[in-house]
Design a protein around this ligand. Structure first.
Ligand code: G2I
Length: 331
């Protein structure tokens, strides 16, 4: 049963619960009185984006070009959010499917809509082990390095001066192993661990106006070995003058770790912004709403936490839709 006694039908969250989720986030941003978790978002006389903007932050969502013909989807995006990340459309397979042939059709659909509404755009993502075209597989190290720099130049150049921040390198650290172990990928195998630094240096040159982020999942717990590895890298980059401006905590979880705010703070203390980049929280009911509230509160409590992006608008199109992890249900 849902909170209003309405049985949730397949994968759809009752409206009261949806309102509770949005209200949970809004209450942390400060528009609602703290215990007002069951108040509809409308009662805040505001939206997620407007509430975040009150402290100079943004509240965004990942958007997929394939859903832009759904007017409810677009209306929700426009009403609630003031930042966007293309869910797949700026990835390598989409933007450079063949060598040096750049295509921005679906990426531009999302970006141009966002620009026209004055939304911030996060670029996702330049160098990743996934969603890369097969032509990269057969290159020599020299050629692969040249292809990486050419890709960074081509994609960042297309949007030069317009992108708020780029996920320059995505998910390079291993989930297991010793602190600082990188995931084995085409990048480590051919270019070695230095590919991350090379990518950041190329990115700064390609668009000096964009903030340059390292983005990963399972780096939400301040003490996890994966987190320690990323922390050490950022500290080293700052010490050696390798350009890096932000760390993206993807934050795909069931619950934020107890030390989530401390984790945001420890990265901020290194002199980088923290962006919560792909937030989605499985579950339902007041536990889920409270988790959204705690994540939002943690960001609000750390001045260098720049904003929050949820990884989708509606549960029905979430990559983990079975968990009903987003702020809006299928309706
Ligand atoms: O896996 C969740 C996210 C983890 N962090 C990086 C993100 O970029 C990643 O996003 C997901 C998208 O939400 C999915 O939509 O990345 C997946 C790919 O690794 C995306 O899935 C892909 C499917 O695998 C493809 O079969 C499909 O063609 O989406 C494509 C476009 O719909």
């Amino acid at each position: 049963m849902g909170v209003n006694g309405v049985p949730p039908d397949q994968g759809r969250r009752p409206a009261g619960n949806r309102r509770m989720l949005v209200a949970g986030a809004l209450s942390a941003i400060g528009l609602l009185a703290a215990p007002a978790l069951t108040a509809p978002a409308d009662a805040a006389a505001g939206t997620l984006g407007a509430a975040a903007a009150q402290s100079g932050r943004y509240f965004g969502a990942a958007v997929a070009a394939g859903h832009l013909n759904d007017s409810t989807y677009v209306a929700t995006w426009d009403r609630e959010f003031n930042q966007v990340t293309a869910e797949n459309e700026m990835k390598w397979t989409s933007t450079e499917p063949n060598r040096n042939q750049f295509t921005f059709g679906s990426a531009d659909q999302i970006a141009n809509h966002a620009f026209s509404k004055g939304m911030k755009v996060r670029g996702h993502t330049l160098v990743w082990h996934a969603q890369i075209p097969t032509w990269l597989n057969n290159l020599s190290a020299t050629d692969l390095r040249a292809a990486m720099v050419n890709h960074i130049n081509g994609v960042m150049g297309h949007y030069k001066g317009k992108i708020y921040s780029w996920d320059v390198v995505n998910e390079a650290f291993n989930d297991g192993g010793a602190v600082g172990t990188l995931r084995s990928s085409i990048w480590t195998q051919k270019l070695g661990n230095g590919f991350i630094e090379e990518a950041f240096r190329a990115a700064r040159a390609a668009d000096p106006a964009a903030k340059l982020c390292y983005n990963d999942y399972n780096i939400d717990d301040a003490n996890a070995s994966k987190t320690r590895g990323v922390y050490n890298m950022v500290k080293d980059f700052k010490a050696r003058g390798v350009p890096i401006d932000c760390v993206g905590l993807q934050s795909h979880f069931g619950n934020p770790p107890a030390n989530y705010q401390a984790n945001i703070q420890q990265f901020a203390d290194l002199g980088v912004d923290v962006q919560i980049t792909e937030l989605d929280i499985g579950g339902g009911g007041s536990t889920q709403a409270d988790a959204y509230r705690r994540v939002t509160q943690a960001c609000v409590n750390v001045p260098r936490c720049a904003g929050i992006t949820v990884w989708g608008i509606t549960d029905k199109w979430s990559w983990r839709s079975g968990d009903t992890p987003l702020l809006f249900d299928g309706n």
